[in-house]
Design a protein. Sequence first.
Lengths: 508, 328, 350
Amino acid sequence: MSDPSEQQPAPAVLELSRIAKAFGAVVALTNGTLRLERGSIHALVGENGAGKSTLVKIVAGLYRRDAGEFLLDGESVDFASTAEAKDAGIAVIYQEPTLFPDLSVTENIFMGRQPRGALGMIDRRAMRQAALALFERLGVRIDPDRPTLGLSIADQQILEIAKAISLDAKVLVMDEPTAALSGVEVERLFAVARGLRDEGRAILFISHRFEEVFALCDTVTVMRDGAYIATSPIGETTVPEIVRQMVGRDVTTLFPKQEAAIGDVVLEVEGLTQPGVFSDVSFVARSGEIVALAGLVGAGRSEIARAVFGVDPYASGSVRVGGRPLPRRRPAAAMAAGVALVPEDRRQQGLVLESSVARNATLAIRRSLARLGLLTTAAENASARIWASRLEVKTASLDTEAGTLSGGNQQKVVLAKWLATGPRVLIVDEPTRGIDVGTKAEVHRLLSELAGQGLAIVMISSELPEVLGMADRVLVVHEGRITADIPREQATAESVMFAATHAAGEAA
Amino acid sequence: MSRLAHVLKARETGILLALVLVVVATTIKNPAFVFSGDGWRDLLLTPSILMLVAVGQAIVIVTRSVDLSVGSVVGLSAYLTGRVFIDLPGIPWPLVFLIGLVFGGLLGLVNGALVAFARVPALVITLGTLYVYRGINVMWTGSDRINSSDMPREFLALGTGSLLGIPWLTIIAVVVLVIAGWFLRTQRAGRELYAIGSDPAAAELYGLKVTRRVLAAFVVCGALAGLAGVLYAARYGTVSSQAGSGWELDAVGAAVIGGVAIFGGSGTVWGAAIGAYLLLTINRALPVIGVQDFWQRAVVGVLILGAIVLDRVLAVRQSRRLTEARES
Amino acid sequence: MTTDIGTAPARAYRDYAHPLWRRLLLRREAAIIGLLIIVYVVAALTLRNFAAPITITYLLLDVAPILFIALPMTFVIITGEIDLSVASVVGLSSVTLGTLHQAGLPIWVAGVVAILVGAVAGAVNGFFVTVVGLPSLAVTIGTLALFRGLAVGLLGTTAVTDFTEFWTDLAKSKIPGTPIPSVMILFVLLAIVFGVLLHFTPFGRGVFAIGLSSEAARFSGVRVERSKFVLFVLSGAVSALAGIYYTLRFGSARGDNATGLELSVIAAVLLGGVSIFGGRGNILGVIAGVLLIGILGSALRLAGVTSDVINIITGALLAASVVSTSVLAWIHRRRIGAGIKKGPPAPAQV
């Protein structure tokens, strides 16, 4: 029996227990559980849709939980706003920092809390000194007077961290912080994180990149399908173990791609370059093939896809479809040539959320649906009905606002829109992000069938199991360049990850 | 960039220089423009009333809003001033300044409440209040007009008199400008206005009291327009129901010329004030240098377009420079 | 090539979530059209002379320019932009017509040139907004002043008034046997064209998509910049057409014609159910909005109420219509997104 006078272990700084959260029909979390200790860097991993993001938003005070316990330093809390969470000492650094672009770096850190002097006047000198001190503590060099506009993502993140420290945050959540960082910047971030840990703060590190997780973190928690799976000290687990916990089943049997006859080259990209984004990108896609573009988040794959489709510009290089060159910067021309792009951001780029399912499904073919120049709702509904049935979209009616559908069904509507154009080349960017498992399988089956019918498919994906299962060839992108072109038989998690994290020609 | 270079490159310096150039060029053509008894006075006096309105408008624009009702507020307040003198004879005229200020502030409160609480776009709401306030003005005025005989001499003397060569009204306007400029630069609440205009979503996330600040911005804008109405009455003596008509667009134009970004987040009230001076001085200078004053509006239009194109070019160039510096 | 996938039987999807009557009733335009009918009936019953032919004639003659300009303005606002320079283009067109007429050109030639001038003015707006990338609010505040300045500058304080009676009478003429001015024929034709364009063509679908999400529209192949440019040109051309009518109706070409008209147009369009945020609107609703303001004005004038009260009511109606829209939108958001607060751009996961 324990001695009652013996000191109880200090409570974890943050403890979440069986947190549940649903948005209407969409269940995001069923069992969110996490125990964050002081002076620790704790990794949170899981596939897309595992519920990590929802959990973080509850911690940040953006959402309120439906059920479960949320303890901060042993006391139960329920934040009604992000301001309350901030006051309580929780700081979140998002992938896309939210700063005030017109204001200086210093003002961004201290907005609303500027040091004051006589007459309530802001003491700019003291503020500047404080900013400099913060930067020094973080080991970075940023001019405190410069405008925030134009700062690199890495510096913006440092700024967010500086904000958090100035608030004396005891919990820092970093959501995919290294997504847009170069190698040097990642090292700098890690040094800063270790320093914060040594000060006794707790860091929650969300990342897809296992080698970073193993390099930086001391504990790792895995989530899957909205529920807690396991927590292990980093020394007691391995990458395959974590992957297994994340995926929950044997990787290789999950996404079988049907065998398809691989035909002629349909899409030819040559020497595509956009300074600062991607350079000298060349690849081909053949009819019947699924070519995966793998790589770390932020490697430039979406940018390449957008440039090929014509939404983004490129400085040099060429794109050819069926042998004919495509003019740059003209999505309409790409569509006419038979190219379709299912974009990365479903809600902002893939769908017009406030428009109906029917309108969304027919937006890309609206011209061809018109008779004598006139387009009727009846014609739109007829086309939408066909495609929605084929893809088994679950919706109350064709008139329902697309924004109210679940993630999986939204993605189906986007696919329906593009399949209706009868494309020759289908580029899909993160096709199963944020989708439930069942719909994921449907989408994979669909892509397989489409390839079987002769489409050339370019699939951008950050999920290794998906890449390895679906692709005939894996192109790996690293910092804007293609570093590997791996045929299916030789594609393994290791070979892909290696190419994704090293420049071409680098040794292991 | 050193402080001196910073100041020299500032937009405010540029338009101040432009203003000086215009005055110098016009004076060379006709020395009476500045060197006559009325010339100097009018040079300083006439734009100072618009300047007040432009300062208030700038404060609202900084928060990524706009107030189209200020012209109607000026008119209503000018008429109120006259009526107060008529209906409450013997009222001390300093009190009337206060009344105008408060009255304008209340009118601004209506706008602010609808924009900040009901989250209605400012363009539409202030379009509505532009109509409503002007309608009330016309209804109240009826077929009357305020004449200078209705107002006490000391009040009117203030309108046209000077202290050490500087018109009283200009002094009042400049004092207000200095206070506004000081507040926006040195007070937390002032800086928060810029934050709200720079990124409203980030401001909410940050926990800034956005509703309160936006409401205050509209109240101040209305108050300054109300004060401008009192000044109008003092200066011109005659107030019809159309006083202040069209001033809202002039105020926005002055702010834009002065470097206040139409989407908020940057610019100063100093710029808006100089913009107001530049706008009206050019208008008065045109006939002197031989351009028929019919072309005034066209010149204003070119200035506004030029200002926003310049802003855009500078922004693109700056962003390119910063990105390149980052890449290297 | 057709893609044929899935062996699932075709689902029976409902076309609409709600029955027709509910859909029609819930639309914004229903409220305005309903209000219009109520006001008209009340006015006709309580006011002597309201239903008199001459009242209707003058009502329509007065409101015609606003009716015309409201058509392209609807498109512009639906795409999320705004055009404050329309009244100045009316003035510019008026001056062009007068100047060319004075120079001896036949009216119809002068008219064509005036419309071209309006189209060029619209193209200037379109250029600054779509090519240079400036916000339309700021640009059209500038062109409002510029175009008005050009108009006033060209004619000065003079006015051209020696238009032949044939044309001025034509502008004021009525359809034989009715009190409806013949200019309404032109309007109805234009309204049909614009209405069909907005609601029944691919271009119109694109316009709505741009207003709701210009990014998603761009990703779906909609030519956002080109569409907006075209709309600004249309706005200028139709404003010029309204300017021709205005000039001939009053028999006077002046640089300051129609000053302030832009606010009436925008107020009427917003009242007619078009959302200032873009993406929503209906031509019928807009026509009802213009007529509502016109009828209210006419009725109040007949009732002896002065024009300022009319302004007050217009302003209050405008404010009420947007506040109610905001409130409805807030309720809608609460219903579908319970518990979701606005956050930063969504991170990688759901």
